[in-house]
Design a protein around this ligand. Structure first.
Ligand code: C5P
Length: 216
């Protein structure tokens, strides 16, 4: 089993890279942010507070796979709630087994898995042979997210997007449990000056030796 662990802040390009790497190698892909988003949304929809550990843990334990297909997961409301429930140790613990199970036996008999998130290389799959920490300047990330929202026809204000990203980065990096940080053996890939194709080529160069070695 070959595992590629990809971590990094929001709008760094890690999701696109993870998806493309998975397609390139024929590996299964898990966007672990969706798990936290689905838990956050479940709590909000039940009228609860995403910082209420008991409610959030219950939501994490009750999560059904179908909820991961909800288009509302892509929204800012889900993102904000996700980063609140994600700071709670009981929520992280409740989601760990699913993520490790996916990595150990990916669906459809795939020979490997790509997981992206914040703590894949540090906590979920610390033995993954290939680890990337994908990052970009916060202004570049805000600009990308702002344009993506406008393209989707969503009203967006750049300054607001920038402030939201900074707030979420701080919450993810400063929490006590599984903070966002590169694993000691992760390759750092800064995509600030790279277009998606250049970022993919750079990512491939970094992971290819480890993927080949783990297949031999
Ligand atoms: O990656 P995405 O933006 O969808 O993640 C939403 C939020 O979920 C992040 O801001 C973070 O708080 C949390 N998350 C996490 N650990 C992961 C994936 C996401 O804490 N492995």
């Amino acid at each position: 089993m070959t595992i590629i662990a990809i971590d990094g802040p929001a709008a760094s390009g890690k999701g696109t890279l993870a998806r493309r790497l998975a397609a390139h190698y024929g590996f299964a892909y898990l966007d672990t942010g969706k798990l936290y988003r689905a838990v956050g949304l479940r709590v909000l929809r039940a009228g609860g507070d995403p910082e209420d550990e008991e409610a959030a843990e219950d939501a994490a334990r009750a999560l059904e796979p179908i909820e991961l297909d909800d288009p509302a997961l892509a929204g800012d409301e889900a993102a904000g709630a996700a980063s609140r429930v994600a700071a709670l140790p009981a929520v992280r613990a409740a989601l760990t087994a699913f993520q490790r199970g996916f990595a150990a036996s990916p669906p459809e008999g795939a020979e490997g898995a790509v997981l992206d998130g914040r703590d894949i290389g540090t906590v979920i799959c610390p033995d993954a042979p290939a680890k990337l920490f994908v990052t970009a300047d916060v202004e570049v990330r805000a600009d990308r997210r702002h344009k993506e929202l406008l393209n989707r026809g969503v009203a967006s204000i750049y300054a607001r997007v920038l402030a939201d990203l900074k707030e979420r980065d701080a919450r993810d990096a400063d929490r006590e449990t599984a903070p966002m940080r590169p694993a000691d053996d992760a390759h750092i890939l800064d995509t600030s000056a790279l277009d998606p194709d250049a970022a993919f080529e750079a990512a491939l160069d970094l992971v290819e030796p480890a993927v080949q070695a783990s297949r031999d």
